[in-house]
Write a protein of this length. Structure first.
Length: 587
């Protein structure tokens, strides 16, 4: 399956219409010019029609209403003040690749940024007009789920500015954590607005994360007396702040990383993803990662994909936006096979199974800013490259946003039937991260099965969640699921005919949620906060005291069993969640 990042080459007439906003110092200017807005809408609609004609998915706006890919968001927030001409290098991090590159390659002496000068408040959506312009060109609402919006990363301003200068003393924030908490809430509101308008695919552009793979940037951190590992952790947690409170389980979230794609095919950094891959894939609650891989010397090989958990996806950025030459289909196929092999080895699955979580795309957008574009890249060649995967590569297995929600670390789940009143045993096998779980079943009636029930699920298969044999709806256990969400794993169980002691009042659920569904819901909210957020149904946290509650707080070989809770219900049944924390991984 092919994919795309988001930005497209601007037609000449659009650049002319936006010529009054073409200066780099104006990248954060918000225009109210009706003629410019009409031109942007027309350009977006024409780009959508071309994508429909060529069957290119997901459908994107081309970012035609922005001067640069991160434009439009920060400057719309109350408390965030654009600074059009901060001095290079004084106002920025030492040896920051973007600013040093702009100075050396383009002769830049200043650069625009956005500084927090007051409390951050979201007042209105930055990108809703762009979404509405895009969907207005789609013939039916059902196609809206095939459209994708892009947003800049929450760390974008903080990471480029000199340490301690992203927010002022008058902002009301004294720590980075307070700054990112407020900014994270603004992202929650923006995502909620887009979701309410029908958007179901969002990608966060965070090219700066690749700087943690760069010796130049790491050297600059040393000069600034900054711990790069702590800084990376800060930024990954900034992403999770809004990922944990998504408005719905059908919202597919991705993250794009690249090495820079500015005017004249400029890239900023080199270095393998290996330094950040494990944390990136396992800490952040994204379903899909869009990674640049078009130049092995610059990007490293595919070995980093060994850290990809089951149930998550990688879009391989193998098609260059920097060079106009069309890629060889067989060469691309070979690279895709190499990537699949690395995924397979890391997950302990076959290469064919690994292809389930891979897709093909350009390594970046085709025009990260109005002034950008690859060497000799034309509009015609851009469309050829975007259609390349459809016409000449052959079909990769599709990435389905609905079935790729769960990052599953465990390979096997064994659930022997038991009449015990509580869980007695949970063991982690360190070699292949299998879990053996003896789970008590609070059922209306029990019968011996004579053998244990066994599930061997992949990320897509976990959504089916039903036992192949042994337990059925008559026994009460109707659905199971295991998900790994960064620092925590959650084992979800759906019960039908539950014991009367555990029946809860109906909470207005639209439909019965399965074990995998509840795990997806948990991934989108702050599980430890004991409060319901978003969604179409209310959370109800109830400690299970008489059945498995007293397993809470115990440790088994580095795996801590946290709360055992009932989450939600649908009349005659409920969902049970067993929270587990990998202390040996994250202590």
């Amino acid at each position: 399956m092919r994919n795309q990042i988001g930005s497209l080459l601007r037609p000449a007439w659009l650049l002319q219409a936006r010529s009054s906003l073409s200066s780099p110092s104006q990248m954060y200017e918000v225009t109210n010019d009706i003629q410019i807005q009409q031109a942007e809408t027309q350009a977006i609609q024409e780009a959508v029609q071309k994508q429909l004609e060529l069957n290119i998915r997901p459908i994107c706006s081309g970012e035609y209403s922005r001067h640069i890919f991160y434009g439009g968001f920060f400057e719309k927030l109350e408390g965030m003040t654009p600074q059009p001409a901060l001095p290079i290098p004084e106002a920025f991090r030492s040896d920051f690749p973007t600013t040093t590159g702009l100075a050396a390659k383009l002769g830049a002496r200043t650069r625009a940024a956005v500084v927090c000068t007051g409390p951050i408040r979201w007042r209105e959506s930055a990108y809703l007009p762009e979404w509405e312009a895009m969907t207005s060109a789609l013939p039916e609402r059902e196609m809206w789920k095939e459209a994708k919006m892009t947003l800049p990363a929450p760390s974008y301003q903080h990471m480029q500015l000199a340490p301690g200068t992203a927010f002022t003393a008058g902002s009301g924030y004294a720590t980075d954590a307070a700054y990112f908490a407020a900014l994270g809430e603004a992202y929650v509101r923006e995502i909620e607005a887009l979701y309410a308008a029908g958007c179901r695919q969002i990608a966060i552009d965070d090219p700066h994360l690749t700087y943690f793979c760069s010796r130049q940037f790491l050297g600059g951190c040393e000069k600034d007396e900054t711990d790069p590992d702590a800084l990376l952790d800060l930024y990954l947690e900034a992403h999770n702040r809004f990922l944990s409170t998504r408005p719905g389980i059908d919202l597919h979230m991705g993250m794009h990383l690249c090495r820079g794609n500015m005017s004249g095919s400029t890239h900023w950094v080199t270095g393998s993803y290996d330094r950040i891959a494990e944390k990136l894939f396992t800490w952040t609650q994204y379903e899909t990662y869009y990674l640049e891989f078009d130049d092995e010397e610059r990007d490293g090989g595919f070995e980093c994909l060994r850290f990809l958990p089951r149930g998550k996806n990688v879009v391989l950025g193998l098609v260059s936006t920097k060079q106009a030459e069309l890629e060889d289909p067989e060469g691309l196929r070979t690279k895709i096979d190499q990537a699949a092999q690395c995924v397979a080895e890391g997950q302990g699955v076959s290469k064919e199974q690994a292809l389930d979580c891979l897709a093909l795309s350009p390594q970046c957008g085709f025009s990260s800013s109005s002034l950008a574009g690859g060497k000799e890249m034309t509009m015609e060649r851009m469309w050829e490259k975007l259609a390349l995967g459809l016409n000449r590569i052959g079909k990769l297995r599709p990435i389905d946003g609905d079935t790729a929600l769960l990052g599953q670390r465990a390979h096997h789940i064994r659930i022997p039937h038991t009449t015990a009143t509580r869980s007695e045993h949970l063991v982690q096998n360190a070699q292949d991260t299998r879990f053996e779980i003896l789970l008590p079943l609070p059922l209306r009636r029990r019968r011996p099965l004579g053998q244990e029930s066994h599930i061997d699920e992949t990320g897509a298969g976990i959504r089916r969640g039903l036992l192949e044999r042994g337990l059925d709806e008559a026994d009460g256990l109707v659905d199971i699921g295991l998900g790994d969400f960064g620092r925590e794993a959650h084992f979800g169980v759906g019960f039908g005919e539950a014991d009367h002691a555990f029946q809860l009042p109906r909470r207005g659920c639209d439909a019965a949620l399965g074990g995998a569904d509840v795990l997806a819901e948990l991934a989108h909210r702050d599980v430890g906060a004991h409060e319901g957020r978003g969604g179409g149904w209310r959370d109800l946290w109830v400690d299970v005291l008489s059945c498995v509650g007293d397993v809470g707080g115990h440790e088994f070989d580095g795996l801590r069993i946290g709360e055992v809770s009932i989450i939600g219900d649908w009349g005659g049944g409920f969902l049970l969640d067993l929270q587990m924390t990998y202390q040996d991984f994250f202590s």
